[in-house]
Design a protein around this ligand. Structure first.
Ligand SMILES: Cc1cc2nc3c(=O)[nH]c(=O)nc-3n(C[C@H](O)[C@H](O)[C@H](O)COP(=O)(O)O)c2cc1C
Length: 139
């Protein structure tokens, strides 16, 4: 077992479930808003994640699971076959560095806005309590 007081422990492998991470550095999810209005994973996203693949594990930026779940500008989605396929370039770029990546699934619920919703409908949420405006990021 690795001695946690060892200053090199951070760089030693770590088992998480069935996965072995090459080190104990885990990148937190960070929204970058680079997926455009189509919310499509793309080349600059693949480059961005590959540049950070020194980590043992990357947790992706929050990724909306449905159109209804959208609540932020230009964040990626994974609700269409095209988006799912387009994520492959990101995953392959990260895997090429021996790094694992988890996708953070996102539904913005009440932290959305009518301007993101089809036909300007109200966002769908389990709560009817209005969110403070400063938490809403719309066009
Ligand atoms: C620009 C930016 C984007 C972020 N995007 C996400 C995100 O997509 N998903 C998430 O769960 N947290 C997100 N966060 C929160 C970070 O993951 C969080 O700040 C990080 O884990 C460090 O934790 P701390 O801010 O409590 O120190 C974001 C933070 C920043 C500054």
């Amino acid at each position: 077992m690795t001695d946690p007081t060892d200053s090199l422990a951070l760089l030693s492998p770590f088992n998480i479930g069935d996965l072995t991470l090459k080190n104990r550095v885990i990148m937190a999810p960070l929204t970058r808003s680079r997926a455009g209005v189509e919310r499509m994973p793309n080349e600059i996203m693949a480059e961005y994640y590959a540049q950070r693949a020194g980590a043992g594990l990357i947790i992706s930026e929050a990724t909306v699971i449905s159109k209804q779940g959208i609540g932020w500008l230009n964040t990626p989605g994974i609700y269409s076959d095209e988006q799912t396929k387009a994520w492959q370039q990101v995953v392959e770029a990260v895997h090429a560095n021996g790094t694992h990546i988890f996708l953070q699934l996102w539904h913005c619920v009440r932290a959305s806005h009518t301007s993101f919703q089809e036909n300007g409908q109200l966002p769908v949420s389990a709560s009817t309590v209005i969110l403070n405006e400063e938490y809403i990021h719309s066009y």
